[in-house]
Design a protein around this ligand. Structure first.
Ligand code: ADP
Ligand code: ZN
Length: 292
């Protein structure tokens, strides 16, 4: 009997990462496609799988918001995104039809959480969350060994955190909320506040104390609500040197000793993704494997 082969797509707002394989050790092919217009991007992804396949099933972790309701006529669609040209786009069903394979569909961050759970920094954990700080802030959570889905999917990035307008008069960049978590602490928020891309601010810039404070405020909310055994924290902004230790310190200071648990006290309670930039696409492959 041959082993099944899966296709995975991390369908991000900037780029799509496609891969064929069954896990981290056996990735047969990968391709990165810029996210342009839906038709062009989907055509290129379909062509990749036609060339590198066949695959038994495809998993897609997509930027959102997305429709995950299995009884909805729009299941597998990207819904109310502000990304030009992409609102109400059929992604999952379209790709499944064109390749004649079953499709598993979830958010990009849920897929990344799943990838880290199966093969990465959250292996064996019952309850944890994965948070990415990049162009936006997104989060996926696993509780009791399963991805948390409710009426839709978690929206970590849009929670509200305390905003001291005297310390930081910046109004925030979220088109819906202004100074929600993502509005204050995403990469574009850092750039808009300080007038330069986050990657160009030196390690001693005042931006990082404030960023660590905001990230910790949001993460403490996640800790208090979810009781995660670990937080996997990734995304482009977290590659800023020295930021992760500052975030850990701020979390400790905000919790102020109240949560006396060895998980929270561990050095690696907040940890980078072990799969690096492949968490999402490997998670998409794990999603496809879950169809069987
Ligand atoms: P996306 O969220 O689109 O998937 P990324 O996770 O790569 O993309 O995040 C992109 C964001 O990360 C950009 O806003 C960029 O300014 C920021 N970024 C990238 N590298 C660094 C760095 N070394 N230090 C701080 N911020 C960075
Ligand atoms: Zn918002």
């Amino acid at each position: 009997m041959t082993h099944p082969v899966y296709g995975g797509i991390e369908a991000g707002g900037t780029k799509w990462v496609c891969a064929v394989g069954a896990g981290p050790d056996g990735l047969r092919a990968t391709e990165t496609i810029p996210t342009t217009a839906p038709r062009e991007t989907i055509d290129r992804a379909v062509a990749f799988f036609e060339r590198e396949g066949p695959v038994d099933a495809i998993g897609i972790g997509s930027f959102g918001p997305v429709d995950l309701n299995p009884s909805s006529p729009n299941w597998g669609f990207i819904t109310t995104t502000t990304k030009p040209g992409w609102a109400h786009t059929d992604v999952g069903p379209e790709i499944g039809r064109r390749l004649s394979v079953p499709v598993a569909f979830d958010t990009d961050v849920d897929a990344a959480a799943l990838g880290e759970h199966r093969w990465g920094a959250a292996k064996g954990l019952d309850t944890f969350c994965y948070v990415t700080v990049g162009t936006g802030i997104g989060g996926g959570a696993v509780a009791g060994g399963k991805l948390v889905h409710g009426f839709q999917h978690p929206e970590f990035g849009h929670l509200h955190i305390p905003h001291d307008r005297e310390r930081d008069p910046f109004p925030g960049v979220c088109p819906y909320h202004g100074d929600c978590w993502e509005g204050l602490a995403s990469g574009p928020a850092i750039e808009a506040r300080w007038g330069r891309p986050a990657a160009e601010l030196g390690p001693d810039h005042a931006a990082w104390e404030l960023e660590a404070h905001y990230l910790a405020l949001g993460l403490v909310s996640a800790i208090c609500i979810l009781s995660p055994e670990r937080i996997v924290l990734g995304g482009g902004v977290m590659s800023a040197p020295g930021l992760l230790p500052l975030v850990r310190r701020e979390i400790g200071s905000l919790l102020n000793g109240y949560i006396a648990n060895e998980a929270v006290a561990a050095d690696d309670f907040v940890t980078p993704p072990a799969l690096g930039p492949l968490s999402g696409v490997l998670g998409a492959i794990a999603l496809a494997g879950g169809l069987e």
